[in-house]
Write a protein that binds this ligand. Structure first.
Ligand code: PEP
Ligand code: MG
Length: 896
């Protein structure tokens, strides 16, 4: 087991054991950049610590102290020595970056005695006490689990008493008095006193950092980002440099390019005379990095050159933490910078053009789900929003929701189906569940690299930070201009934020749909050259079809025709059809629906000219088109009380109620729906098929290339498909007549009932294509109601790791996946030309797309906005897995 590694002995390739931060500090040391000396305790030790039930391995601490001796030599100082005390930072460092989720302690090694030594050595007592009070607070927080507000409160009170506003106005005596109060707080709440021995501090700090791997927020972050629990964190121990020693000192964060847009400018912020976490914590609003050039041109030059060197070295945009101590630059961390989707795309393309990376690498660098963010909405430029204030544009996208002021309320309201915007003075890692639940985040303090900004960008949520005109009050915020309150927004009031411009807006605003950028088009073009899977879309209207085609859809994989029955003007006709007493009445209602549907299909065919359009015949149970039975019963009872017995209106309601009750089913998802409906009421499917072929004929006459594929839902038995196919072919012949040879159409089926998958060989005899309806197939294979499971037990299953993920989002490969594999193989054995694809929600999920590629399916179909994501994911699958062969036909097994 590798346990303790000095920076000069590590390298970037040891990231699994040194964590990201440790590996990069080692790498920076190796390439000669100014990094304060330090060492890393590996993730192996973290795993051993947990395996031993929370115990450091034998001898580990002695090894740590040996490494400390190395630091003492390098610095000419001694740990715990009052005459020349060595101070160190103790920081977590996971393999996968988890910003702000785990703990850090700075200035370790200070005690009542050594603080005096530091004061003497630096000739600056104010500085020494400032460091000491920071240590006690961080230590109290991290090791003793005391909430920060205990300390913040005392600091605020001290400043109030002294009539000052800023921390740097605190004198040495004021800090010293506060230190006594801080120590007393620890004793009061824990019964323990702040340890005065440097070695004891170090041991407790190391253990606390290991413990922080398992704190609540880190566990949530890991589950959102699929980071394995066994990865563990490393601990980095590094000698301190000080950004808070005076006006020629400071600390900051820079990105080598703008992480919001990808623009090639040094981007970041710094605070003069500040230490450590002040910048990211968002407590003071920092200055833009360009100001450093004015204040300390020499340091700025060094910083620019180090930043460029690091970007070239890592071949990616870097996020760098630095400190300036008495005019000298030190680098404390570098990592690949988190970026918005827009910047990710921009940078991937630019790095290819600069010759830094290949097209393949560019595609692999895109996180497909981030493209969802890129295709986020913006505020319609034509709208005239009531702008209350402006802050920093920290994460793009616009959002509207009800204002809430704490993370728990955000979570609770969102669970209750409300849209919320989380408004905080600044966010801390404890707020992560609120950020997750919110549509967007607004903070009154903190910069573009503050916690709120980083976390929101990572999650693809809109965020406005550092909006100073707003002031938080009790469950409300005020907006102030020139010290006058111009507006007050209470909890629950609607607001909107625009993360692209920083605007904060009163009320709900009109949002505009997103567009593709030239860089994204280019990247998608490269992906298209690589991928094997085709990408279709699920679209029910001509508008959606146009949008999806713009995003690169190569066909429609699922057009759900029920939506064509649901518009307000059609509902009365549809109800008339369902309630018809005689075949004639029903035929007349269907005759009214036919031209409406025909018009819909013509629109879709025109939009998808030259591409396949898969139209699914009616699927849901008929009661879905009728009013709710309970509401009807109430209405009926009220009429009974108020109206004469034979009122025509009441008779109407009675008839409706009878019909609704007669259609009622205990398990409608397993009831009269899909092809069962088509078999019981062939006239409905006949009308739909007639409408499809009339529309096709009309388009043919207009010289439009139409390619209809007709799809039968919920087939479980070959006999069902056989009959339905006969119906389609018969109606096609009737409508097309002479023109039949001019139109090529296909008839296929959804495979969404387990029996259909198992007997796919027989079913394939009657199908030209299989489209796996993985929503129903998941529901029926796992026996989880798709309407209930997610709100009931499924989150518990996922949280307690009974399931690796929600099977309605990420395909269950072991179960549902095996049915797909079997069905595709059996189908192809009978009919080698059989086309196969997935049209459930999984068609827009990266992992599921990888599965479809590996299994050799022909296409995936997903909602229009996910088409770009699917194109990238399909290319990534081809790059990661090689060009999987098309489905290999198996020995056919045919049932009756
Ligand atoms: C499916 O079941 O996967 C499917 C696409 O159909 P629907 O969601 O309409 O039931
Ligand atoms: Mg279905």
């Amino acid at each position: 087991m590798l346990r303790v590694v000095p920076f000069e002995q590590g390298s970037a390739s040891m990231k699994q054991r040194l964590g990201g931060k440790g590996a990069n500090l080692a790498e920076m040391t190796k390439v000669g950049l100014p990094v304060p000396p330090g060492f890393t305790i590996t993730t192996d030790v973290c795993r051993a610590y947990y395996a031993a039930g929370g115990q450091l391995p034998d001898g580990l601490f002695e090894e740590t102290m040996t490494a400390m001796r190395g630091l003492e030599e390098a610095k000419g100082e001694r740990f715990g020595d009052p005459s020349k005390p060595l101070l160190v930072s103790v920081r977590s460092g996971s393999v996968t970056s988890m910003p702000g989720m785990m703990d850090t302690i700075l200035n370790l090694g200070l005690s009542d005695e050594t603080v005096e030594g530091l004061a003497r050595a630096t000739g600056d007592a104010r500085f020494a006490y400032d460091c000491y009070r920071r240590l006690i607070q961080m230590f109290g927080n991290v090791v003793f689990d005391l909430e920060s507000f205990h300390f913040e409160f005392l600091l605020q009170r001290a400043k109030q008493r002294l009539g000052i506003e800023q921390d740097h106005q605190m004198t040495a005596d004021a800090w010293s008095a506060l230190i006594d109060e801080y120590k007393a707080v620890i004793v009061k709440h824990t019964g323990l006193s702040f340890p005065q021995q440097a070695e004891e501090q170090l041991k407790l700090a190391i253990e606390a950092v290991f413990r922080s791997w398992n704190n609540h927020r880190a566990r949530i972050y890991r589950s959102i980002h699929h980071i394995p629990d066994e990865q563990g964190t490393a601990v980095n121990i590094q000698s301190m440099v000080f950004g808070n020693m005076g006006a020629d000192c400071g600390t900051g964060v820079v990105f080598t390019r703008n992480p919001s847009t990808g623009e090639n400018v040094l981007y970041g912020e710094f605070l003069m005379n500040a230490q450590g976490e002040d910048v990211v914590a968002g407590v003071r609003t920092p200055m833009p990095i360009a100001k450093l050039e004015e204040e300390q041109p020499e340091v700025y030059k060094q910083l620019v050159s180090a930043a460029m060197k690091l970007e070239r070295h890592y071949r990616d945009m870097q996020d760098i933490e630095f400190t300036v101590e008495k005019g000298k630059l030190y680098l404390l961390q570098t990592r690949n910078g988190k970026r918005t989707a827009q910047a990710a795309v921009q940078l991937a393309v630019v790095f290819v053009k600069e010759g830094t990376i290949t097209k393949e690498e560019a595609i692999q660098r895109i996180e497909p789900f981030h493209l969802d963010q890129l295709l986020h909405r913006a505020i319609d430029p034509a709208s005239r929003p009531d702008v209350l204030a402006a802050g920093l544009p920290a994460s793009p996208g616009a959002a509207t929701g009800q204002a809430v002021f704490d993370a728990d309320t955000a979570e609770a309201w969102s669970r209750a189906g409300k849209k919320v915007i989380l408004v905080r003075s600044e966010t801390t890692p404890e707020d992560i569940h609120g950020v997750l639940a919110a549509e967007g985040v607004l903070t009154s303090r903190g910069g573009m690299t503050s916690h709120a900004a980083v976390v929101a960008r990572g999650m693809g949520k809109p965020c406005v930070c550092g909006c100073e005109p707003i002031r938080l009050r009790d469950r409300a915020f005020e907006v102030a201009a020139a010290d006058k309150v111009t507006a007050t927004i209470a909890e629950g009031e609607w607001i909107s934020i625009d993360g692209a411009t920083g605007r904060v807006i009163r009320g709900v605003v009109q949002l505009r749909e997103p567009e593709m950028t030239a860089e994204l088009e280019e990247l998608l073009g490269w992906a298209d050259d690589i991928r094997r899977l085709q990408v279709y879309t699920n679209a029910d209207t001509p508008e959606d079809a146009v949008k999806a085609r713009g995003f690169g859809a190569e066909g429609i994989g699922l057009c759900r025709t029920e939506h064509m029955f649901m518009s307000p003007d059609r509902m009365p006709v549809v109800r008339g059809m369902i309630l018809a007493d005689t075949p004639e009445e029903r035929a007349s209602a269907l005759a009214q629906l036919l031209p409406m549907q025909q018009g819909d299909f013509e629109g879709i065919f025109r939009a998808m000219e030259g591409l396949p359009v898969t139209i699914r015949l009616l699927d849901p149970p008929l009661h879905e088109f009728l009013p709710n039975v309970e509401e009807l019963a109430v209405q009926h009872a009220q009429m009974m009380l108020q109206q004469a017995a034979d009122s025509a209106e009441r008779q109407q309601v009675e008839k409706l109620l009878r019909k609704v009750r007669s259609l009622h089913e205990m398990n409608p998802m397993l009831g009269t729906r899909g092809c069962r409906l088509g078999l019981i009421h062939p006239e409905i499917y006949e009308m739909q098929v007639e409408a499809i072929f009339r529309a096709a004929l009309q388009c043919l006459n207009e010289q439009i290339d139409v390619r209809p594929d007709i799809m039968i839902p919920l087939v479980g038995h070959a006999a069902e498909l056989k009959l339905m196919r006969e119906l389609v072919d018969r109606v096609a012949a009737e409508v097309l007549g002479e023109q039949q040879h001019a139109l090529h159409y296909r008839v296929g089926t959804m495979i969404e009932v387990p029996r259909a998958a198992i007997t796919a060989g027989s079913i394939a005899n009657h199908a030209d294509f299989f489209s796996f309806g993985t929503n129903d197939l998941t529901q029926m294979t796992l026996g989880y109601s798709r309407d209930d499971a997610e709100g009931k037990f499924l989150s518990h299953y996922v949280e307690s790791k009974l399931l690796p993920s929600n099977p309605f989002q990420v395909l269950d490969r072991e179960g549902v996946g095996m049915l797909i594999r079997w069905a595709a193989e059996q189908g192809k054995a009978v009919k080698p030309q059989l086309k196969t694809g997935v049209c459930g929600e999984h068609g827009g999920d990266k992992e599921s797309i990888f599965f479809c590629h590996a299994e050799g399916l022909d296409y995936v179909s997903c909602s229009p906005y996910r088409v770009p994501l699917a194109r990238i994911a399909a290319a990534q699958a081809a790059l990661a897995l090689g060009d999987a062969p098309p489905v290999r036909p198996a020995e056919p097994v045919q049932s009756a």
